[in-house]
Design a protein around this ligand. Structure first.
Ligand code: GUN
Ligand code: FE
Length: 427
């Protein structure tokens, strides 16, 4: 494909103030992988450029999934009448143990990658398992797909059970560095990310060692924070000196700094002190409302985080969450924010549609740099949604078509996707 071209369609995108902008029948100029302007009519000077024509389709910035577990694709929807700690032991850990078998890993990681490729997502931050070979296999598949991702080989040396536990911190750290060594020079779209599962799974020396590795290699880190009451109680027992769960991560050095921010999934029970700490380190909150409802974790104050200026995006959290479809996560975020307002704090108004769209696109996308918008200079990630089969009654406005599509994504078809100005092969 030419490096400079024009995408034509019904464009919708967020700006940095979380306003939803739109241009029906508009033109998006892409130059060397970046957005270079939107136009209501095609300027004469651009008329010779190649035109990718998606008349009557919605053209959106690609969405970012800030937190998901590729290794749990095989258990999505299963055992969701259990709470986190029981569910992990009964369903998740036995499933992840299967990834020592490369042929199983290949089957499930291929399914995961194909489904991610065909959805609305262009970027994702992903957990694999503690197995180096199958983690590299996942990274190879994702690299080939053209999606841009961060992938973590999971560290856990405590309480994973017989078949899913690293033997000790020293071995875990050595294996992690060996994995990083094998990633070197192998990928352009796929970046390793340091991944302590969560504090209950990692001894203090492993936690500290992983933060040191992240700093040494200039890498980022992902984990889980304040997801579930039982988990939070356990962390209090395991790290009694820490002022809070978040403070324990801070003490281990896991929150890093705003140049290489950590992603922390959930933050359902983060109070204002924990929120302040998150903001101080520039940490990204991966809000995973579907998962939080499925395994009875609770209702995260996402609207408060967003309006306070914290970095926040959406996560599907497969298999606590049951779908990779980010429009479904958008719907769940709106629903859960309504419940938070009604049941928890009447000062925190529900998320608006524009705020939720922002979280799915620019909010999470900013983790990857200038990503998640059609503003000038942003990387040209776009998803083309054919919504002709949404069975609309009255004529809908452009905004209403997007709302309808987000709430009924299975009636829509993803007809094209672009990442950094490159069209992905969806066949
Ligand atoms: N906390 C630690 N591991 C996990 C996991 O696999 N899923 C969820 N939802 N929470 C976790
Ligand atoms: Fe998770």
């Amino acid at each position: 494909m030419e490096e400079t071209f024009v995408i034509h369609g019904d464009l919708l995108w967020s700006d940095e103030d979380r306003e939803l902008l739109m241009l029906e029948d508009g033109y998006l100029l892409v130059e060397e992988g970046r957005c270079a302007g939107v136009f209501p009519t095609l300027p004469e000077s651009l008329s010779e450029l190649p035109l990718e024509d998606y008349s009557h389709c919605l053209v959106l910035p690609g969405m970012t999934d800030l937190h998901t577990h590729a290794s749990q694709y095989g258990i999505r929807g299963l055992g969701l009448d259990e709470e986190l700690l029981v569910w992990l032991k009964k369903y998740t850990f036995p499933e992840e143990a299967r990834f020592s078998d490369l042929s199983y890993a290949k089957r499930m990681y291929t399914a995961f990658t194909e489904d991610l490729l065909h959805g609305w997502t262009t970027r994702a931050v992903i957990f694999a398992t503690l197995h180096t070979e199958s983690t590299l296999l996942l990274m190879d598949l994702l690299e080939k797909s053209g999606l841009v991702t961060c992938v973590g080989r999971v560290n856990m040396n405590r309480d994973g059970g017989e078949n899913l536990c690293e033997s000790d911190a020293e071995t875990a750290l050595r294996d992690t560095e060996e994995w990083l060594d094998r990633c070197k020079g192998r990928y352009t779209n796929t970046t390793p990310i340091i991944t302590p599962r969560f504090i209950p799974s990692c001894t203090d020396d492993l936690m500290k060692g992983l933060s040191e590795i992240a700093e040494k290699y200039g890498l980022r880190l992902q984990s889980h924070l304040s997801e579930n009451p039982g988990e939070i109680e356990l962390v209090k027992k395991l790290v009694p000196a820490a002022a809070s769960y978040g403070a324990a991560y801070e003490d281990f050095g896991s929150l890093l700094n705003p140049e290489t921010p950590a992603v922390m999934a959930h933050c359902v029970y983060s109070d204002e002190a924990e929120e302040a700490l998150i903001m101080k380190h520039g940490t990204y909150i991966a809000h995973c409302p579907g998962s939080n409802m499925n395994i009875a974790s609770g209702i995260a104050p996402a609207a408060r985080f967003l309006r306070d200026g914290a970095h926040i995006g959406l996560g599907t959290d497969i298999g606590g969450g049951s779908t990779l479809a980010l429009p479904v996560t958008m719907k769940e975020a709106m629903q859960s924010s309504c419940l938070y307002w009604r049941l928890c704090d009447s000062n925190v108004k529900p998320l608006s549609f524009a705020e939720t769209f922002y979280m799915a696109t620019l909010g999470g996308g900013s983790y990857f740099g200038k990503v998640g918008s059609f503003l000038k200079g942003y990387e040209a990630d776009a998803v083309v949604i054919d919504d002709t089969d949404t069975r609309n009654g009255q004529a809908l406005s452009l905004l209403e078509r997007l709302e309808r599509s987000v709430y009924t994504p299975s009636a829509c078809r993803v007809s094209a996707k672009y990442v950094r100005g490159r069209r992905l092969n969806l066949s």
